[in-house]
Design a protein around this ligand. Sequence first.
Ligand code: CO
Length: 149
Amino acid sequence: MCNEEFHTFKEDMYKKVTASMEDYIEMIYRLSKNNGFVRINELADKLHVKPSSVTKMVQKLSELDYIKYQKYGVIILKSNGYKLGKNLLERHITVENLLKILKVSNKDILNETEKIEHTLNDNTYKCISKFVMLVKNNGDLEKFLDNNL
Ligand code: CO
């Protein structure tokens, strides 16, 4: 069984996080990886939403203690937010890799990943993650799938 060493991806404290919050935290994590922070405007830009919507969500996320919101629109992840963001980005990349392995058309991969990633429960995610690792670590299997799908 792929999930025999079960451990939770989302601990209890993360259960109230909505799909939209996940998108924000994943993007904040991506954008602040280099500098350690991201600004409201940059986030609005990348998420294709209005700065005023970002401000609202940022307030919510800071009440939940995932981020620290500072002067001049500067957003910094707190340790829970950092941990969650790292997991969310890993999950995104894993789903994206699965779709690539399955030869889903390139033009659909990003959109489909964005939909699928939020709907997986911990067990399914673990199973997918194990499968992707298995393929990635086995050149023959990877080649076989690539040639036959
Ligand atoms: Co994503």
